[in-house]
Design a protein around this ligand. Structure first.
Ligand SMILES: [Zn+2]
Length: 128
């Protein structure tokens, strides 16, 4: 990005003007950085709200329809939205269990329904 143009006085008599310009530029840099941080924090809070709502919506559909439904939130959306635990049924014996999404080795972009349909309980995992 191109820096904003500031008049840069070169002669000695304009030193005061230069110092003033530099001071203004530094103050401006701080103000802009603070605004950016504030905006980013607001954005992150909104994304978190959106992730939470997405998880709640998926939970409602799961409750009414049963199956791990496609589309679903991704692992990172669930964790970010405040739903780090996923209730699953073992894909083989249907034993219910809870999995800690934050501890999963799967990529965070994995869809929860994808994950849920593949997971097996410890007993079945050992049985192969
Ligand atoms: Zn099982």
């Amino acid at each position: 990005m191109a820096p904003k143009h500031h008049p840069t006085p070169l002669s000695g008599s304009d030193r005061k003007a230069l110092t003033k310009e530099l001071g203004k530029a530094r103050a401006m840099a701080n103000i802009l950085a603070a605004q950016s941080a504030e905006m980013r924090a607001k954005g992150e809070a909104l994304i978190q709200q959106a992730d939470k709502l997405l998880c709640e919506s998926w939970n409602e559909r799961m409750w009414s329809d049963g199956e791990p439904i496609d589309p679903s939130p991704t692992i990172d959306q669930a964790v970010n939205g405040g739903f780090p635990w996923l209730e699953i049924q073992c894909a083989r014996c249907k034993t219910p269990s809870d999995v800690d999404l934050a501890a999963m080795k799967h990529p965070p972009t994995t869809f929860v329904h994808d994950l849920a349909s593949r997971l097996r309980c410890r007993k079945c995992a050992k049985a192969g």
